[in-house]
Design a protein around this ligand. Structure first.
Ligand code: ADP
Ligand code: ASP
Ligand code: MG
Length: 422
């Protein structure tokens, strides 16, 4: 007998039929004798609609009060938790829904992107023992203790709820049921030849997630790594009755690096079109200029990602290029324009039709020349590289957005990631 967390994302609970299918998956584990805590997302499309309503409600202000945004967007998960509990009860399974504030799941007060601080899992565990009761927990939401207000964890946050609950109740495993049957070498919807990974190391998953693969929210992977939660990504679309209760279903285990026997140099490729590039032209090549640009951006809470500074040709002026999230693009331009007297540049150039392609693999630590191969392969396809960053286990390239798919497919083949049979 094991203790399991089962998390179901938006498409997996998209309608009543799907919710029933989820309930059958839960029943399968309950019948096998396991204690189960389920974490559910909102029905697919619901959170987008709720966010849209918040935006539509504003007429004269630029941004809404994040506390009220959270009050609205947290409701999606409340619906699915109740519906799944009803469905489970209808199948004669003892089940009870829990909202974030009821357990409670305590978070910071960073509304719309709150961090989980503490979860009280005692009541759930007590009910496993005393009533054989399944806990159905609304993902994505929590409570800020001091203010007593509902918070949410950022888009995709139900993954984080699930992993945090698994850590809190010391679950043997956290199963992430989604609309693909595991973590692939790249997004299988963009590259049909992408291959499912049997295992992926926490560090690699962390890079994949933070560089654009939305299959797991970044913070959920961080939490899994810190608390050593075994995370298994699998499909909710398999028929529950087809699953062998004693076998291992298709899926990907996110685990420690040491558990992976055969390590390839490159494990996966992520990409993101949510980037914008800003180039500050002809700034004085002297100490303090970078600080004059980046301190105001940091003060405005804008995350700068790639930074490239050209070597000055004339010894006097240089160009500095950097990227920011597309959502912060306008604000970043405003900040840099306002700081012009302190920076002292001639011109600002910018582009939003850019994409960042990232190649990830722990094996890169011990292999030289991995990025160089990519530069050649992309140049042969006339893909221009605007900026490059590297770190121990990844490198990222900024290119024109129009070439995203071509670049991802090219690199996917280059590093032998294509499925053999496709
Ligand atoms: P859920 O609603 O279950 O949380 P998401 O839509 O958040 O599901 O995440 C699953 C999606 O992530 C997949 O449908 C897939 O298109 C996308 N994805 C991006 N990169 C990858 C990858 N490397 N492996 C698997 N899926 C990926
Ligand atoms: N419903 C939330 C979202 O769409 C959280 C989640 O699904 O994980 O972002
Ligand atoms: Mg998700």
């Amino acid at each position: 007998m094991a203790r399991l967390v089962m998390k179901f994302g938006g498409t997996s609970v998209a309608d009543i039929d799907r919710i029933r299918n989820v309930a059958r998956h839960v029943k399968r584990e309950v019948d096998a004798g396991h204690d189960v805590a389920v974490v559910v997302s909102a029905m697919s499309g619901t959170t987008n609609q709720l966010v849209g309503w918040c935006e539509a409600a504003l007429k004269s202000r630029q941004i809404f009060d994040a506390r009220e945004y959270d009050a609205v967007v947290a409701t999606g998960e409340q619906i699915t938790s109740g519906l799944l509990a009803i469905t489970l009860q209808d199948m004669d399974i003892n089940a009870r829904s829990w909202q974030g504030w009821q357990l409670p799941i305590l978070t910071s007060d960073a509304h719309a992107s709150a961090r989980i601080l503490d979860i009280n899992g005692e009541e759930i565990v007590k009910r496993f023992r005393e009533r054989n009761e399944v806990a159905v927990i609304a993902g994505f939401q929590g409570l800020h203790k001091e203010t007593g207000r509902i918070t949410t964890l950022g888009r995709g946050g139900s993954d984080t709820s699930a992993v945090a609950i698994a850590a809190a109740i010391k679950a043997d495993r956290c199963d992430i049921y989604t609309d693909v049957d595991g973590v692939y070498t790249t997004d299988p919807r963009v590259v049909p030849r992408a291959r499912r990974l049997e295992k992926i190391a926490f560090e690699e998953m962390l890079e994949l997630a933070s560089l654009g693969a939305k299959v797991m929210q970044v913070r959920s992977v961080e939490l899994g790594m810190v608390h050593r939660v075994r995370i298994f990504v699998r499909s909710s679309f398999d028929r529950p009755e087809d699953i062998d209760p004693h076998g291992t279903p298709p899926g990907t285990l996110i685990c420690d690096e040491d558990e992976i026997m055969e390590q390839q140099t490159v494990t996966g490729i992520a990409f993101s079109r949510d980037e914008a590039q800003i180039s500050v032209r002809q700034v004085d090549d002297k100490p303090g200029v970078a600080a004059a640009i980046f301190i105001p951006l940091a003060d405005a809470n804008i995350n700068v990602d790639m930074i490239v500074q050209n070597v000055s040709a004339d010894g006097k002026t240089t160009d500095l290029t950097f990227t920011v999230p597309a959502a912060d693009y306008q604000r970043a331009l405003d900040v840099v324009t306002k700081a012009k007297p302190a920076i002292g540049y001639k011109r600002l150039d910018s582009a939003t039709d850019v994409a960042k392609i990232s190649v990830i693999g722990i094996g890169m630590r011990s292999h030289a020349g991995v990025a160089a191969q990519a530069f050649r392969a992309l140049s042969e396809r006339a893909v221009n590289i605007r900026a490059i960053t590297t770190s121990e286990i990844k490198f990222s390239l900024l290119i024109d957005a129009a070439f995203t798919e071509l670049a991802v497919r090219t690199l996917h083949s280059l590093y032998d990631l294509d499925q053999a049979s496709a």
